[in-house]
Design a protein around this ligand. Structure first.
Ligand code: 5GP
Ligand code: MN
Length: 331
């Protein structure tokens, strides 16, 4: 199906799984629906169908809005690691993306497997790599790997976790959708996964605060630059004013792209000593290159992110000057 899912790779995965009693699965910092979805799905499969002891590890907590995507029968650790006989890193391209977990995971003597869909995988850190950017999500890649391992699609909780990850990473089939993505969705729905219930949990369960914040930012907080770039700065003051919780600005960065002329959209969200950066672009403009060049980050061609540390990164410019230059040079 995919170049990376060869019979050799599947044979090696089976061999590594066969030798492991306990498997650790890890996802990236600020876990999103895809990270929690693919880790949860693979962990359920390993626990229920292969009888492994599993532990799911993330550097930090998931937002309240994604609590539903966890599975109560699994053990999750936030911000700490546990020894295991096999490590599987998912939905990120390097151990460094697991931040506080990265050093101990990379130093472990256990064999390591990567399952990811970002550019530039750190192949040398892994014994086995499943990686392609030509897929919707790590959850979709996990779906095809599970099928190659012989999964029968009967466990609907596994299917639900996979459909959650694919749906959130594609913004409900709006971007990064491939023919294989529809096939995956079709097979899962045919197997009995209830997509309507999932959509309810993902897109129709927010708090009022979020809707008001989105309206405010579009009215007062949006700057559009000539040439086709837009940016918004979500300061701590605004976050406090709207009592914003982690995860509640999800999706905001996409909104300016609905304007015909806008090809590149940036959202800065203020934290203690840095801003988290989210970038989205239309085809032909690279959000990823902008993230790498100006914001210590990376990601996908049209959806990327990073961080900006004003104390050291601005080179004497004001925050808005820096942002404007970064955007205009990336168009
Ligand atoms: P988001 O804007 O949703 O936080 O992130 C969009 C994409 O950019 C995701 O695929 C994510 O993996 C990637 N990304 C976000 N932040 C970073 C970062 O700090 N470093 C790298 N390399 N990628 C990031
Ligand atoms: Mn992903």
């Amino acid at each position: 199906m995919f170049g990376c899912i060869t019979s050799n790779n599947i044979a090696l995965l089976k061999e590594l799984l066969g030798k492991a009693r306990k498997v650790a699965l890890a996802g990236h910092v600020h876990p999103d629906g895809d990270a929690i979805g693919c880790v949860t799905a693979l962990a359920l499969y390993l626990q229920r169908e292969l009888g492994k002891e599993v532990v799911c590890m993330f550097p930090d907590a998931i937002p309240d809005s994604l609590e539903f995507a966890k599975n109560p029968s699994l053990k999750y650790l936030w911000g700490k690691t546990e020894d295991a006989d096999l490590i599987i890193l998912m939905d990120c391209n390097a151990f460094s993306r697991t931040e506080v977990l990265g050093e101990s995971l990379a130093a472990s003597k256990a064999p390591k497997v990567l399952i990811d869909h970002h550019l530039n995988p750190d192949e040398s850190s892994f014994n086995l790599v499943f990686s392609t950017p030509d897929i919707s999500s790590a959850s979709e890649l996990t779906f095809w790997i599970l099928k190659a391992l012989g999964w029968d699609l009967k466990d609907l909780e596994i299917g639900e976790a996979l459909l959650t990850g694919m749906t959130t990473d594609t913004n409900n089939f709006a971007n990064s959708v491939f023919p294989s993505t529809f096939t995956m969705a079709s097979e899962l729905i045919a197997a009995g996964v209830d997509r309507d219930v999932l959509l309810q949990k993902i897109y129709f369960s927010y708090r009022e605060n979020r809707v008001r914040l989105m309206g405010y930012m579009q009215n007062e907080g949006l700057t559009i630059l000539p040439g086709g770039a837009a940016y918004m700065i979500l300061t701590k003051e605004i976050q406090n004013r709207f009592d914003l919780k982690e995860g509640e600005s999800e999706g905001l960065v996409n909104v300016p792209l609905s304007i015909k002329e806008v090809r590149l959209s940036l959202l800065l969200k203020e934290y203690e000593d840095h801003f988290r950066v989210s970038l989205r672009s239309k085809k032909g403009t690279s959000a990823q290159q902008c993230a790498v060049k100006f914001f210590n980050g990376g990601g996908h061609e049209n959806a990327a992110g990073g961080r900006l540390y004003p104390a050291t990164d601005l080179g004497g410019k004001s925050l808005e000057e820096y942002v404007k230059i970064a955007l205009l040079e990336s168009l």
